[in-house]
Design a protein around this ligand. Structure first.
Ligand code: NAP
Ligand code: HSE
Length: 416
C-alpha cells in the first residue's frame, strides 16, 4: 500500500466533508487504488475552532504547514482568490500536485496556475470546481475530447436551483429557502455569489474554456441572478406551462447566466433541489446530459478525493490549456420571452402595451393580468413569440415612455 499524505488548506464545509469521506472510504480506496490517503497537515484560519480532525495536525501558520513532512498532494479548500492563489502557487513550486474546488480562483488565474504546474511537472485537479459530484471536467477533457462541442446549457449553481425548487414546490420565500441551503452546506461563504450569478459565471468560464479551447472575456458574459424574480413570476411560469431555473449557457460565441422559463418537457425542467445538469452538444456524440448533485459537503468531497487519487496516480498535466484565441463576437439571440410589466391599473393600459409590441412586429401568445396589494397598481404578464433581443429592448424602451409602468419590467427568456 502506497501512503499518500494530504496537506489540506481549509477545513470548512467541503474540507470537513473530505475528512469524513477519507475515513469512510479508506478501505475501499486502498482496495481499488493501492493508495492509502491520509491527512498530513491542515491549515485553517482559526486553529482553536472545534473540528473532527486530530488537533496535532491543525495549524493556522502557513510556514508550519508548508514546512511539514509527508505532504504529497495539497488540497485547496479555502475559496476566493487570496490567499488561495499564493498557497496554490507555493505548493506547485514546491513540487506538490494540487487539487482545488475553487472556481473563483480558476476562472481568473487558470493560465498562471497551469503554467506553473507544467513547469514543476505536477498536476492540478479541479473536478470539484464545477458542478460538484458530476464528472464534467473529465468528460470534456477526456471522453469528449474528439468532439467539437457546439453548445453547453446547464444548471450549474446548486444553491439557486435549491432556492427556486423550494419557492416553487413549497411556496418558501427566497430568504427562507436560502437559509435552508446555507444549513445544508450548499452556499458560498458569501451567498450573494450564488444568488447574483457570479458563481455560475465562474463555472461557465471554466466549462467554456474546456469545451471550446478559448478564453472567454468575463466582461462579455451576461450575468443575471435570481433576486429579481418575484413569487408572481414563479406563479406565472406555472400558469404558462413552464418552470423557472437559473441557467448558464455557452455556444462558443455567447455566454449567458440568467433565470429562464423552461417548458415542462425541457430536459433541464425536472432538475430539482441542489442537483445540477448540463446538456452538451458534440459533433460526434450528439446531445448528452450529465446530471447529479452540484453542491454539498459529501458530493463535492467525492470529486475532490477522486482528483487526489488521480493526481497521485498520474502526475503530469490534467488540463488541455486554452489556445488563447478570443471567441467570435456574439450573434444576437432570438427566443420567445416572458415579460412582467408593473402597470397602473386603469382601463386601456394593456391595449397601449399590445400596440407597441405589435408595432415592433412582436407577436403576443399569452396574457395574464393581476392586481397587486397596492391600490391602483397591477402586473401584466405576457408571453411573446420568438423575437430578437434588440427588437424587444426597443419596444420596452417605447413602453417605458408611455404613462403605463410603475416599475422596471422583468424580462425572462423561454428556452426551447
Ligand atoms: P468554508 O466553509 O467557508 O471553509 C473555508 C475554510 O478555509 C475554513 O476552514 C477556513 O478556516 C479556511 N480559511 C479561510 N480563510 C483562510 C486563510 N486566510 N488561511 C487559512 N485558512 C483559511 O468554504 P467551503 O464551502 O468549504 O468552500 C471551499 C471551496 O470549495 C470554495 O472554493 C467553494 O467555492 C468550493 N466549493 C464549495 C462547494 C459547496 O457545496 N460548499 C461545492 C463545490 C465547490 P476556519 O474554519 O478556521 O474559518
Ligand atoms: N455554492 C455553490 C453552488 C457550491 O451552490 O453551486 C457548488 O459549487
Amino acid at each position: 500500500m502506497k501512503p499518500l499524505g494530504i496537506g489540506l488548506l481549509g477545513c470548512g464545509t467541503v474540507g470537513s466533508g473530505l475528512v469524513e469521506l477519507l475515513e469512510r472510504s479508506r478501505d475501499h480506496l486502498e482496495r481499488r487504488t493501492g493508495l492509502s490517503p491520509r491527512l498530513a497537515r491542515v491549515l485553517v484560519r482559526d486553529a482553536h475552532k472545534p473540528r473532527a480532525v486530530d488537533r496535532a495536525l491543525v495549524t493556522d501558520d502557513p510556514e508550519a504547514f508548508f514546512g511539514s513532512e509527508g505532504l504529497d498532494v495539497v488540497v485547496e479548500l479555502i475559496g476566493g482568490v487570496e490567499p488561495a492563489r499564493t498557497y496554490v502557487l507555493r505548493a506547485l513550486d514546491a513540487g506538490h500536485s494540487v487539487v482545488t474546488a475553487n472556481k473563483a480562483l480558476l476562472s481568473v488565474h487558470a493560465d498562471e496556475i497551469f503554467r506553473r504546474a507544467h513547469r514543476a511537472g505536477v498536476s492540478v485537479g479541479f473536478e470539484a470546481s464545477v458542478c460538484g459530484a458530476i464528472p464534467i471536467v473529465r468528460a470534456l477533457c477526456g471522453g469528449l475530447i474528439a468532439n467539437r462541442i457546439s453548445s453547453l446549457v446547464g444548471i450549474v449553481n446548486g444553491t439557486c436551483n435549491f432556492v427556486l425548487t423550494r419557492m416553487i414546490e413549497d411556496g418558501l420565500t427566497l430568504t427562507a429557502a436560502l437559509e435552508e441551503a446555507r444549513r445544508r452546506g450548499l452556499t458560498e461563504a458569501d451567498p450573494s455569489l450564488d444568488l447574483d450569478g457570479t458563481d455560475a459565471m465562474q463555472k461557465l468560464l471554466i466549462l467554456a474554456s474546456l469545451a471550446f479551447g478559448v478564453h472567454p472575456d468575463p466582461a462579455r458574459v451576461r450575468v443575471r441572478g435570481i433576486r429579481e424574480l418575484e413569487p408572481e413570476d414563479i406563479r406565472a411560469a406555472l400558469e404558462f406551462g413552464c418552470t423557472v431555473r437559473h441557467v448558464a449557457s455557452a455556444d462558443g460565441a455567447e455566454l449567458r447566466v440568467e433565470p429562464a422559463f423552461l417548458p415542462r418537457a425541457h430536459p433541464l425542467a425536472g432538475v430539482r433541489d441542489e442537483n445540477n445538469a448540463i446538456l452538451v452538444h458534440g459533433d460526434a456524440a450528439g446531445q448528452m446530459i450529465f446530471s447529479g448533485k452540484g453542491a454539498g459537503p459529501l458530493p463535492t468531497a467525492g470529486a475532490v478525493l477522486s482528483d487526489i487519487v488521480e493526481v497521485a496516480a498520474r502526475p503530469g498535466p490534467m488540463f488541455v490549456p486554452a489556445n488563447g484565441q478570443a471567441p467570435p463576437a456574439p450573434a444576437e439571440s432570438r427566443a420567445p420571452h416572458y415579460l412582467r410589466l408593473p402597470i397602473v391599473d386603469r382601463p386601456g393600459m394593456i391595449g397601449l402595451i399590445g400596440t407597441v409590441l405589435g408595432n415592433h412586429g412582436i407577436s403576443i401568445t399569452r396574457v395574464s393580468a393581476s392586481l397587486t396589494t397596492e391600490p391602483g397598481r397591477g402586473n401584466v404578464k405576457i408571453l411573446v413569440d420568438a423575437v430578437d433581443e434588440s427588437t424587444l429592448s426597443r419596444a420596452l424602451e417605447q413602453i417605458a415612455r408611455l404613462p403605463v409602468l410603475t416599475g422596471k419590467p422583468v424580462v425572462v427568456r423561454i428556452l426551447a
